[in-house]
Design a protein around this ligand. Sequence first.
Ligand code: SF4
Ligand code: SF4
Length: 438
Amino acid sequence: MEYLPNIIFAILLIAGIGYFSSNVKKLIRNIKLGHKVDASDHKSERWKNVVNIALGQSKLVKRPVSGFLHAIVYVGFIIINIEVLEIIIDGLFGTHRIGQQVLPTSLYGFLIGSFEILAVLVLVSVTVFWIRRNVIKIKRFLSPEMKGWPKSDGNIILYFEVVLMCLFLVMNATDTIFQTAGSGNVISQFIAPWFEGFSEGTLHLIEKAAWWIHFVGILIFLNYLYFSKHLHILLAFPNVYYGKVEPKGKFNNLEAVTAEVKLMMDPDADPYAAPAETAEDEVPAKFGASDVMDLSQVQLLNAYTCTECGRCTSECPANLTGKKLSPRKIMMDTRDRLEEVGKNIDANNGEFKDDGKQLLGDYITNEELWACTTCNACVEACPVSIDPLSIIIEMRRYLVMEQSAAPMELNNMMTNIENNGAPWPYNQMDRLNWKDEK
Ligand code: SF4
Ligand code: SF4
């Protein structure tokens, strides 16, 4: 019986981490449904991006208010979780505040004192976030794609943060040993008087309850991540690493098509030699993407990393001029379809069974795809290096090359390029007629 709490603690810890690990495995399997991307280039630049963009949040602070508040929550989240280490050791070995016993008093006091200050700053930031979402109702949180679960998800995580921070402060305030030591209780010393008049036993009970709920809350939080946009807490780092390092306007041309175009443009080219030289296996089985399996692993990682912040959509000229396109929705749709495919695989013993659905049409419409101006504003605005445009381009590529389903204006232009070598409906021989015009 003496070890019962430790045993319960260990079981909860193993169950929590076990369930989280099984979801991480699913996540990796789903991402691997995409085709591989070679990211062995620009290593130093990639690491620099991780430090600046993911760790330093350099793009996030371009909007100072939300950037600053987010930075507090982020630092608070990371640092306060160091506290979890102490909780785990105490829980497993039955110690009480192991840090207080093994660290110098001043260092332990400094650490816990910093955590307490951060906890308050997090509470303030989270409250402002909640007000921005629910009272001020900032436009980018109100788009059609933000109804239902995405809206609730945004709020649930704020409530989570509030509960965890409050439990941490109450735990400290009701810990008589910690309060008597008087080091590090910079905030909790002002909460402790709320519990004046409580017996020693009641205080101990409240402290233990806060400790246990705090611990279980952390495990729930950990497992909640998989079902939430807050996966970005973990995925932002690999996502930024694998993000685009080439100039934003540079698209990945299809080798087979490029060879065809070069052949067409080169008057000296041997029309019979070139196709034979380009190996048959260079021609992809399918041009572009109509479903998530046609996308790259980086694009699928992008979809899971999206924070649903809407910065991309708020900068998108198509969206701003009332078109149906929202780059955030492109990412959310891709993730939702990928999850659907993942569940399909789970239900069919590891094999995907055709469900008659696909990303194109069932989630993303042609109208959305053709509304894009390919300006790259969404890519520039994204704080975690997501590239919604690359998905749009792949899906357009499918529409054009597999379905000939481009808008009429584009089809006319492409026919002209094919026939006349220029987008205009004039014969090549007539190109210089303008110079004879009077
Ligand atoms: S590239 Fe397309 S989706 Fe992105 S901001 Fe420009 S128009 Fe919008
Ligand atoms: S793609 Fe980037 S900018 Fe757009 S909602 Fe997702 S995280 Fe925010």
